[in-house]
Design a protein. Sequence first.
Lengths: 181, 181
Amino acid sequence: MEKRRGQGVSMSDIAKAVGISRQALYLHFDSRTELMLATVDYVDEVKGLSERLKPFRAATTGIELLETCVGVWGNHIPEIHGLANALFNTRETNEATASAWNGRMADLQNICQRIIDTLHREGILAPKWSRRKAAEMLWAMISIQNWERLAIECGWSTNQYIRSMKILLKSTFVDETSGRE
Amino acid sequence: MEKRRGQGVSMSDIAKAVGISRQALYLHFDSRTELMLATVDYVDEVKGLSERLKPFRAATTGIELLETCVGVWGNHIPEIHGLANALFNTRETNEATASAWNGRMADLQNICQRIIDTLHREGILAPKWSRRKAAEMLWAMISIQNWERLAIECGWSTNQYIRSMKILLKSTFVDETSGRE
DNA sequence: CTTTTACTTGACAGTCTGTCAAGCAGGAAG
DNA sequence: CTTCCTGCTTGACAGACTGTCAAGTAAAAG
């Protein structure tokens, strides 16, 4: 009952797709917004990002963290980007979706900060970056929108995306001059 | 008469802001879409990106091209991002705005390709990147959405954005091992 | 003075969200 | 078997928005 959603999909379309009347949708969800938030929560549960982050939690070194993060996230995005975009697009005019979006972004920012802090602790964070700026830039780089540009508009495969993003992030944030790669 | 526009602004709002009746707007613009495209063209003319690209055209080396591009573009984005976003957001449901957007993106992609090709010709393109992939990644990196993340959501100043983006792009695409930085 | 131009008000169709009322079919409970 | 509750149905309607049409007005242009 949780189906595709996009800004160009009306409640009638959803009802028709689901096989019930438009009004019956309102018996289950108070509004379009609530339907969307419920769908987001449902997809979160089904796709289980937290489950997928297990290898990330197992990683110890900064470079491992970085690579695992890009791997996990790069495999996760293709499955959620449509819904994530719907959430993102309504965020400007809707407080509830905005806070759902911001909450997920805050989680991602924390992960980015943790990666950068680990690199810093190991002394291999590239010297031109402050910890805060590096984390923010890392967060921007792995955004869903960047993935869409590369994967959808440029046609990159998931593996090409992951490989290239790892190269970009390592050459940017990992100090090449400090001994081992 | 060309004012702010966003998905949450109705034709009535615009008419009110401009001081004429809603219907009179339709005497000048056939539709909301046309009003938007006219505004985009007008802003293009007023802000004169092509004028601003003069120093870019004067640049010769790949690194100069890269740095000038980031400088020009980083100063340009803050003045156009609102309207650019309105264009971007309606692109999914509107063929005319989609092609206006795609045209501008194609220009930007050509610039990116030219930068990468120049670096490649000079033999300092980082060896892990093909010319095509590098140009596409560069294009994704300097996207308006990335600027918004950093400048608006993270609060970076224009100069911080330009400085950091130059660092990121140079450490990514310029081969550090080939003699002069 | 007449025509044209630029605008006005008012009305209306069509799309969408969200709400309300009345009705219907089937299962559970007495 | 009858009663009630649940989940759904159709139909109607308010309110917001886009786009269109008609008729009228005021002032500049000829």
